[in-house]
Design a protein around this ligand. Structure first.
Ligand SMILES: Nc1nc2c([nH]c(=O)n2[C@H]2C[C@H](O)[C@@H](COP(=O)(O)OP(=O)(O)OP(=O)(O)O)O2)c(=O)[nH]1
Length: 160
């Protein structure tokens, strides 16, 4: 079986309880993914807990300290399959010290409202994660939309 390397990343938000903005980061390297947008983070090193790795990555990549909130639990034993070589676990995070800067690996950061999320070119593996974040921002879940449409189409003269 192919074993995937664990990547830890953060949905950095303006407020953990009622988020309105998400921090998206544009990769500057490697060339295959340069220009694509992602969640700040990186591979966990041997001997680190995922949370320790995430604090280290946020410090190295963005120059910030952060408090971590809940994990956005994914469908693959709690993780998200993002590439054929990587699994990702993702936590909400709020900056407690510093102003995020694109120090390494990124050349631009943007604080995006949910209406702006589809306007950036996310890495392919991140797209389902971005959609799964919507309910936390008070947006309808993508799964709820077809159900809502179906309820509108239902013939009101039929018995319930
Ligand atoms: N950090 C991060 N990586 C992602 C995301 N989505 C996605 O497909 N990836 C991929 C890109 C990379 O191939 C891999 C993570 O590797 P990385 O280059 O960020 O790891 P790292 O910071 O530890 O870097 P390195 O020491 O291995 O150079 O996962 C994401 O949202 N965040």
């Amino acid at each position: 079986m192919l074993s995937r390397r664990l990547v830890v990343a953060a949905a950095v938000v303006d407020d953990l309880a009622s988020p309105t903005r998400l921090l998206a980061a544009r990769r500057s390297r490697p060339a295959e993914i340069a220009g694509r947008w992602e969640f700040p983070g990186g591979k966990a090193d041997e001997g680190e807990t995922p949370q320790q790795a995430l604090h280290r990555e946020l410090w190295e990549e963005l120059g910030v300290r952060a408090e971590l909130g809940d994990e956005l639990v994914g469908p693959d034993h709690g993780a998200w399959t993002i590439t054929d070589r990587h699994l990702m676990r993702l936590w909400f995070a709020r900056v407690t010290e510093g102003e995020p800067l694109p120090l390494v690996e990124h050349d631009e950061l943007r604080w995006l409202a949910p209406s702006e999320w589809s306007g950036v070119d996310w890495l392919d593996g991140d797209l389902p994660i971005v959609e799964a974040l919507r309910p936390r921002f008070g947006e309808p879940s993508p799964l709820a939309a077809p159900l809502f449409a179906a309820s509108l189409l239902r013939d009101p003269t039929l018995p319930n």
